[in-house]
Ligand binder design. Sequence first.
Ligand code: BGC
Length: 528
Amino acid sequence: MQPFIAAMQKVRQAFLAAIIKSFLRTKHVLQTILNIWISPSVIKDENGSISSRNGRRLGAAEFVEVVENAFRGLVGRTRLVALSDGLRKEFLDSMYDNPLCMLPSYNHQLPSGEERGTFLALDVGGSTFRVALIELSGRKSDGQECKILKRNTFKIDRTVKQLKGVLFFDWMAERIEEVLSGQAEGHDMSNAPLTMGLAWSFPIEQTSLRSGLLQAMGKGFLAAHGLLGQDLGDLIQESCSRRGLNVQLNAIVNDSSATLLSKAYIDPATRFALILGTGVNAAVHLPVHVFSPPKFGVRPPEWHNSAKHVIVNTELSMFGRGILPYTQWDELLLSVHPNPTFQPLEHFVSGGYLGEIVRLVLVEGIQTAGLFGGVVPPSLRERYSLETETLSHIESDLSPNLTKAQAIFLSRHPTNIPPSTTDLQTIRLIAAHVTHRAAGVVAAGVHALWQLRNEAESILPHESSHTLVAYNGSVLENYPGFKVTCQKHLDTLVEASGGKKGSIELMYAEESSLLGAAVAGAVASLDG
Ligand code: BGC
C-alpha cells in the first residue's frame, strides 16, 4: 500500500503544482488584463487606442469629446431660448401661488440716496458669517458713499452648520459680541441701541421690513430645525438680548435683495441683482400688480397704498425642474442628494455643486478612459471633495506644463500617481464644459426675468433701456471667464428676443451683502 499511497501523493502534488502553475499563469494573464484595464496608457502606448464602454475603451481625448457633446449642445442658442421661455413661465406661475419663490419683500422703495449713519451689518452666507460696522454718507459722486469702519469674518464650518435651532442664533450673538467688544468706533454703545441690518442667504417669508418667517434652509444648515415659521428677527434679537448686547435688528433682507439695494444706493437705475456663490439667486424690482394678492400675505393697508413696485426675492435656485439640461452625471449627483428636488437650478450652477459635477465626470474618466493611470486619488472617492475653488485655480493656470495646477491639485488630492499634464488638461476641459453650461443656465434665468419685467412694464425688447444687473458671489467674481461667458450668453439671448446686444449688463457690486444690509437698516430707520 505504501508505494501506492506515495505514488498517489506524488500524482496529487504534481496535479496541484500544475494547477498552481496554471493558476499563476492565468493570474498573470488576469493581472495583465487588470493592469491594462486600470492603466490603459499601457495599451495606448502599444496600440494607440484604449478599450472601453460598449466593448471599447475610450482614450482621454475621446472621453473629453463625449463630455463636450454632453454639455455643449445643451446651451446652444435655441436650447437657451427654450430654457428662458420655460423659466419665465415657471416664474409667472409662482407669482400666482407659490409660497416658496417669487417672494415679494417689504422694500417697495429703492434707496433715495439720503441714507446716512452708522450701522452694524450682518451677513449670513453659505460658508461665512460677516459682521461689519458701516458708515453711510449718502449718495455722492466722489465714491465716498460708504466706509467700512470695522469688519470681521467668521467661518461657518460643518460644526456651526449643524447647530440646531436657537443654538445657531446664540452662536451668531456671541460673534456679534466679539466684534462689539472692541470699541464700536463711530457709535457710543452706552446710548441708543446700534441699528443692525441682516442679509440672509436663505429663503424667508417677509412679514415686515424687520421681520420674516424662517423657511427651510439649504447649504447644509440645520438652524431652521424645530423653528420653521418662527420670526427670524425675534430669534436673533432674543439671542443678542441674552448676551446683553445694546443692538436693535431693524431690517432683514435676502442677500439677493441686499445686492440690489447696495447698487441702487449708488446707482438709482439698478433694478436687478444676481448672486452666484455657494448658492444662486436673483432679485428684481417688479410692479406689484403682476402678483396675485395672496402672495403679499397680510400687510397693513398703508403698505399697499404706497407700494407701486416691490423688490422680489425670486429664489431662482428653485426653478427649472424638468426643463433643465440634465446629463447622466447630474442624474448621478441627484441620485444620492438628500433633497434632490429643492433647488434644481442651483444644482447646475452654484459653487456648491460645480466641483461635484466635475468630480463625477472625472471619476468616470479615470475608471473608463485611463486618466490618472486608471487610479482614482483616494480623496476623490468622497462626495463633494473636489471644490469649485480648486477648479478655478486649475482653470486659471495657463502655463504649458500646468505646474501651479498640479501643485494645487496634489496639495488637496494627494495620490501615488501624480496627474500628467494631459490629466490636468482634461480636468480643465471638463471644468470648462461644466461651467460653460452653468453660465448659460444662469444667463437664461436672468434673461427670463428681464423678459418678464419688460412684459410687466409693457416695454418691447428693442425699446428696453440699458439694464444693469448688480452681481456678487465667488463664482461670478473669481471663476476664470465665468462672468464673460455669462455675458456672452446674455447677449445671444437678448438678440434672439429682438433686443439690442448689451441691453443687459452684468455689473459688479462690491461687498454687496454687507453694504445692502446697512442700506436696508438705514431705509428701515427712515421708514420709522
Ligand atoms: C438661497 C437663497 C440665496 C442664494 C444665494 C440660495 O441657496 O436659497 O436665498 O439668496 O442661495 O446665497
